[in-house]
Design a protein. Structure first.
Lengths: 325, 632
C-alpha cells in the first residue's frame, strides 16, 4: 500500500507537460499543415498523460513522416510506404505500447496503398494520421493520387490527368473498417477532438487530415478558407459535439450517426463542401493483435515441451529415444 | 515380362547391396510422394542411411500421363549414412509410361535400370493410349531397360474399390519385399502416416501394403538386402523446411512474418501448426515487403523476429533489409533459394542468391550471410542466426534451397538447451545521457534500447544518423555510421573458427563449396581419394563474414575450385576468356578476397549436383593438368 504522500508524489512525477513531448525543432515550412497536427498531437499526449517511453510514432517517407523526429517519444521513421507494416509489427510484438502512424498521401495512398487496405482489415489498435496535402512536397511538387484533376505540377505541367482518389470512400469500402474521420488543418478544435476520439477508439483509427502546402500548392485551399460554407461539419450525439463558437462560424452542418456505414459512404463521397468530423465508428470490430495473442507469454519450459512433442513425432528409433530419456 | 513366368520365391537369391536409389513416380495426386516418403521412413527405422528427394512437377495439376507431369519421390537407401541424393536411379516404380519418359529425358535413370511399370495401359480402351504404352515399352526395352510389367490396378481392385487411391501403398508393399524391409515396421509407418484418418482408412492401406508385398514375393525374380545398423542415439527424420521451422521454435523467436512463396511456404505451414500452441505467431502479411517490415517492427519493439521467403520475395525485401541494417535492428531472414532470375524455376534447387544475399540492398549494407549445408544444419542455423542477430544487432540471412527444403535425412535428435532461447530484452536502466547508438569504437557494437525504457526515447531512422539517432547532416557522422556498421562484421569474424578440411590437409586440388552441395562434394572426395587422387574439400557455413583460415588452407593445394549451382561461364564457350568470364558466386568472392586463382564448375539443371558428375569433372581437370605437365 502506498501512503497518501507517495501517491501524490507519483502523480506529480507522472504528470507531463507539453515540453515533455517536444523533440527536435520542426523543419517544416512556415504555414505547413504538419505544424498544426504536431501541436494537436502534443496536446493530446499531455492531456491523456501518455508515457513518452510507452508511446511510438511510426512513419514512412515524405514531409509528414518527419513527424516522429519532432516528438520526444519513441519513434520509427521508416521507409517509403511501409509505415503501416512496421507499426503492425511493433503492436503485435508489444501490445502495451501506444502506436501512432504518420503518413502522407503519397506514402499511404500511392506507394503504400496495399498496406493501407490491409491495415484496415487487421484493425490493430493504433491511430493513423494521413497528412493529405494533395501533392508530393519533399520531392518538390509532383502530382499525388489525391491531387485534384488539372493540378499543375512538375510531372503534370498541363494539369493532373486523372480524377483524384478519395481516401475516405476507399477506406469505407474495406472489410473490418472501424474508425474513419476527416479533418482540415485550419480548424484546430475539430482536429483535436477527432484525434482524441481516435485515440480512445479501440481499433484502427483512420484520420484523413486535409492540410495546406504553402510551398507547392499555396492557392489550392484559398477558396475554401475564405468560404466557411464549403466545410460541412458532422455532428451527432454519438459523434462529435460542435461548440457554439464553431457552430457560429461553420453554419453548414449535418447530423450524421457514425454507426451508419451506408450513410457514411454517402457523406464520404461528397467533396464540396468538405465533410469534417467522424464518418464512421464501430467499436465491435475485433483487433488482430487480440485475436492472435491467444495464450500467455511463452516460457522456456513451454518452448522445450512443444519442441520435444514435435521431435517425438519424427524420432525414428523410439527404443533409442526411450533409452535416452 | 509376364507375371506367370516368374521364378518362384524359393529360388530367388537375395543380393546384398551397399546402396540403391529407388524412385516412385506417378501423375500428381496418385500418392507416389507419400509412398516414397514412407519407404524412406521405413528404411530409416530399419537403420539404413537415407536421403529422399521430392520429384515435383512445376504445374499444379499437369494433365494425366504427361511427360513433364512426373510427381514422386526418390530415395537413396544405404548401408551407412547417406549425405546426398546420389547419382542416377537404380530402380523405378512407374504408374504410367509417360512419366518415365520425362525421367529418361532428364537423364535421371541409370542406363539399363530396373523398371516396375503399371501395365493396365496395354489393354486400355483408348487405342491411342494402348499403342503409346506398347511403343514406349518396346523402346525402353530396346534401349536396355529391364522392365517388369506389373498389374497394379488389377491387384489393387481385388482389395479396394478405387485403385487410383491405393496404388501407392501396393507399390510400397512391393518395395518392402524387394528390399527385404520389415513389414511390421511398414504397417506401423502406415498407422503413423494416416494417424489422423479413421481406422478403416488405415486398415485398407495396410491390406494394400500386404497385397503388394505378397505379389512381389510370388512374382519377382530378384530381391535385395541393404544391411542396416541402428544408431545408438535417437535420430529424427524431417525435411529441410520442417527443420527450419523447428529451429525457429527452438530459437525462442516469437514472431514469423511471411507471404506464401514456393518452395519456402511449407516451413510456415508447419510453424503455423506448432508455433501458436506456445504463444508464437505466424503472420501472413499482404506481401513480401510487408512481411519484412512487420518482422522489423516486431524486432524493433521486442525480441528478434524472422521472415521466411524465397528468391523473388527476397528481392522484394531488399529495401526493408537495408532499413534494418541502417537502424541496427536484429532480424533473421531465411531464403529458401529456387531457380532464378525472375520467377525462374519455383520448385527446383539452385544456389543463385549468394551475391544478392551479401550485396543486396542499395548502398553499403553489411549483413551476416550463413548457408545451411545439411538438413540438420537447417535446424541449428536458425538458432545461431537468432543469436548473432541479437548479439550484433544485425540482419542475418540464412540460405537454404529447394533441394534441402524437400529432402529428408536422419540426424541425431536435438537435445534442447536453454542457451538456444533468446534472453529477455535488456531492461537495465537507461540514464539520461545514454546514446541510442553508443558505438564501441573497436567493434561497432552498441546496446539496443527498446521502447518502454524511460530515458531511452529516440527515433530510429533509415536516414544517416549520429550516435543520438539524429539525422546526420554532418559528413563525419555519415562516415562514422558506415564504419561502425561494417566493423561489426569484423568483430563477428574474429569469433569464427576456421572451417575444417575434408580429406588431406594438402594436395593437388581443394574443392570449396557452400550450402546443399556438401554431401555430394565430400562423397566425391572420398571416391577420388580411394582412386589415389589428392583431392580435399572445404565447406563454408559463413559466407559473410568469411571465417579465418581459408587462405592458409588454399595455399596448401596446387589448385582450388568451387562446385556450385549458380551459373558461371564455361571456358570452352568460344567467346569466353579470362577477361570476360563470369565466375560462380563463391568463386568470385574467393578470388576477390584472397587473390587466389580459384576455378569453378557449375550446373543449373534444377537438380542437386550429383557426386558422379563432380568426380568426372575433377578427374578430367586433374588429368588435363597431368597431361599439360607431361607435354611441357
Amino acid at each position: 500500500m502506498n501512503t497518501a504522500t507517495e501517491c501524490l508524489l507519483r502523480m506529480v512525477e507522472e504528470h507531463h507537460e507539453l515540453e515533455d513531448y517536444q523533440g527536435g525543432v520542426p523543419r517544416w515550412c512556415t504555414g505547413c499543415g504538419d505544424n498544426a497536427i504536431l501541436a494537436a498531437v502534443q496536446r493530446l499526449c499531455r492531456d491523456e498523460n501518455l508515457h513518452p517511453e510507452k508511446t511510438v510514432f511510426v512513419s514512412g517517407i515524405g514531409c509528414s513522416s518527419r513527424f516522429p523526429h519532432y516528438m520526444r517519444t519513441y519513434g520509427f521513421h521508416g521507409i517509403h510506404g511501409r509505415a503501416l507494416p512496421l507499426a503492425e509489427g511493433v503492436k503485435m510484438s508489444r501490445p502495451d505500447l501506444q502506436v501512432f502512424v504518420n503518413t502522407g498521401d503519397g506514402d499511404c495512398c500511392s506507394i503504400g496503398a496495399a498496406h493501407w487496405i490491409h491495415a484496415l482489415r487487421y484493425n490493430m489498435n493504433m491511430t493513423l494520421m494521413l497528412h493529405d496535402n494533395q501533392v508530393y512536397g519533399l520531392t518538390k511538387m509532383q502530382a499525388s493520387p489525391t491531387s485534384p484533376k488539372g493540378t499543375k505540377t512538375n510531372t503534370s505541367p498541363r494539369g493532373a490527368y486523372l480524377d483524384a482518389l478519395n481516401p475516405l470512400t476507399v477506406t469505407l469500402g474495406v472489410q473490418n473498417v472501424s474508425f474513419v474521420a476527416q479533418v482540415v488543418d485550419w480548424i484546430p478544435e475539430v482536429l483535436y477532438d477527432v484525434l482524441s476520439a481516435a485515440y480512445h477508439h479501440e481499433g484502427f483509427s483512420f484520420i484523413r487530415i486535409i492540410q495546406r502546402c504553402p510551398e507547392w500548392l499555396p492557392r489550392l485551399f484559398e477558396p475554401v478558407l475564405h468560404d466557411t460554407n464549403r466545410v460541412l461539419l458532422l455532428h451527432h450525439a454519438r459523434g462529435l459535439k460542435v461548440s457554439e463558437s464553431l457552430a457560429r462560424t461553420y453554419r453548414k452542418q449535418l447530423e450524421h450517426d457514425p454507426s451508419d456505414i451506408h450513410r457514411a459512404r454517402e457523406v464520404a463521397s461528397g467533396t464540396d463542401p468538405i465533410p469534417v468530423g467522424i464518418l464512421y465508428r464501430n467499436p465491435e470490430v475485433p483487433c488482430y493483435e487480440e485475436t492472435r495473442h491467444a495464450g500467455p507469454l511463452r516460457t522456456g519450459a513451454q518452448v522445450q515441451k512443444a519442441l520435444e512433442t514435435e521431435l517425438d513425432k519424427y524420432t525414428v528409433w523410439p527404443q533409442a529415444a526411450e533409452q535416452a530419456s | 515380362m509376364n507375371d506367370t513366368t516368374m521364378i518362384p520365391l524359393a529360388e530367388r537369391p537375395v543380393v546384398t547391396l551397399k546402396e540403391h536409389i529407388v524412385e516412385i513416380i506417378s501423375d500428381s495426386g496418385e500418392g507416389a510422394q507419400r509412398c516414397g516418403q514412407s519407404l524412406g521412413s521405413i528404411a530409416a527405422r530399419m537403420g539404413n542411411g537415407i536421403w529422399t528427394v521430392e520429384i515435383i512437377p512445376a504445374e499444379i495439376r499437369p494433365p494425366a500421363r504427361s511427360v513433364a507431369g512426373a510427381s514422386g519421390n526418390r530415395i537413396r537407401i544405404g548401408a551407412s549414412r547417406i549425405t546426398n541424393g546420389g547419382d542416377e536411379t537404380d530402380l523405378v516404380v512407374a504408374f504410367n509410361e509417360q512419366v518415365l519418359l520425362g525421367r529418361v529425358r532428364d537423364r535421371e535413370l541409370k542406363p539399363g535400370c530396373t523398371i516396375l511399370l503399371e501395365n493396365m495401359w496395354r489393354s486400355h480402351k483408348d487405342p491411342a493410349i494402348a499403342a503409346s504404352y506398347a511403343e514406349t515399352h518396346d523402346k525402353l526395352v530396346a534401349a536396355g531397360y529391364k522392365i517388369y510389367e506389373v498389374p497394379m490396378e488389377r491387384e489393387c481392385l481385388a482389395v479396394v474399390n478405387d485403385a487410383r487411391r491405393g496404388k501407392n501403398m501396393f507399390a510400397l508393399g512391393m518395395l518392402c519385399s524387394i528390399y527385404s524391409l520389415d513389414l511390421g515396421l511398414a504397417r506401423e509407418q502406415i498407422a503413423l502416416t494416416f494417424g489422423k484418418k479413421e481406422r478403416s482408412v488405415i486398415d485398407a492401406n495396410v491390406r494394400l501394403l500386404d497385397a503388394g508385398h505378397a505379389w512381389a514375393e510370388a512374382n519377382l525374380d530378384f530381391k535385395y538386402r541393404i544391411p542396416a545398423t541402428r544408431s545408438t542415439v535417437p535420430q529424427i527424420v524431417v525435411n529441410g523446411n520442417t527443420a527450419l521451422a523447428l529451429g525457429v521454435l527452438a530459437s525462442g523467436m516469437d514472431i514469423c512474418a511471411m507471404y506464401p512463396i514456393t518452395p519456402a511456404t511449407s516451413a510456415s505451414h508447419y510453424l503455423s501448426d506448432v508455433f501458436e500452441k506456445v504463444g508464437g505467431i505466424v503472420h501472413q502479411a499482404e506481401d513480401e515487403i510487408a512481411a519484412c517490415a512487420f518482422a522489423i517492427g516486431a524486432s524493433y519493439a521486442g525480441k528478434c523476429a524472422v521472415t521466411i521467403t524465397s528468391g523473388p520475395g527476397y528481392s522484394l525485401k531488399q529495401e526493408g533489409i537495408g532499413l534494418a541494417v541502417m537502424g541496427e535492428i536484429p532480424l533473421v531472414v531465411i531464403n529458401v533459394q529456387r531457380g532464378g532470375p525472375s520467377t525462374g524455376q519455383p520448385t527446383k534447387a539452385e544456389q543463385g542468391d549468394l551475391l544478392t544475399a551479401i550485396f543486396g540492398s542499395h548502398g553499403d549494407a553489411p549483413k551476416v550471410v550463413m548457408a545451411a549445408s545439411t538438413i540438420e544444419d537447417c535446424f541449428y542455423s536458425v538458432i545461431t542466426a537468432r543469436k548473432i542477430a541479437e548479439t550484433f544487432n544485425m540482419v542475418v540471412v540464412v540460405l537454404t534451397d529447394a533441394g534441402l527444403a524437400t529432402s529428408q535425412q536422419p540426424f541425431p535428435r536435438p537435445q534442447f538447451s536453454e542457451s538456444w532461447l533468446a534472453p529477455p530484452i535488456d531492461q537495465s536502466p537507461v540514464t539520461a545521457d545514454t546514446k541510442p547508438y553508443d558505438w564501441d569504437p573497436g567493434t561497432g557494437l552498441a546496446r539496443r534500447i527498446a521502447p518502454g525504457q524511460p530515458n531511452g526515447m529516440h527515433t530510429i531512422t533509415g536516414l544517416a544518423h549520429d550516435r543520438l539517432s539524429h539525422v546526420a547532416y554532418d559528413p563525419d557522422a555519415n562516415q562514422e555510421g558506415l564504419r561502425m556498421r561494417s566493423l561489426k562484421l569484423a568483430a563477428l569474424q574474429k569469433t569464427l573458427k576456421a572451417p575444417p578440411v575434408f580429406g588431406g590437409a594438402s594436395g593437388d586440388l581443394l574443392v570449396i563449396g557452400w550450402g546443399s552441395t556438401q554431401g555430394a562434394i565430400e562423397e566425391s572426395v572420398e571416391t577420388l581419394r580411394a582412386e589415389g587422387l589428392k583431392v580435399s574439400s572445404m565447406h563454408l557455413r559463413f559466407l559473410q563474414p568469411m571465417p579465418p583460415g581459408i587462405k592458409e588452407a588454399m595455399k596448401r593445394f596446387k589448385q582450388v575450385m568451387t562446385f556450385e549451382s549458380n551459373w558461371g561461364d564455361r571456358p570452352e564457350d568460344e567467346i569466353i576468356d579470362e577477361t570476360n568470364r563470369r565466375y560462380t558466386a563463391l568463386a568470385t568472392l574467393l578470388r576477390a578476397r584472397y587473390l587466389v586463382d580459384v576455378d569453378c564448375w557449375s550446373e543449373v539443371r534444377g537438380q542437386p549436383i550429383k557426386p558422379g558428375t563432380i568426380c568426372r569433372v575433377i578427374r578430367e581437370k586433374l588429368n588435363r593438368r597431368t597431361l599439360k605437365a607431361a607435354n611441357s
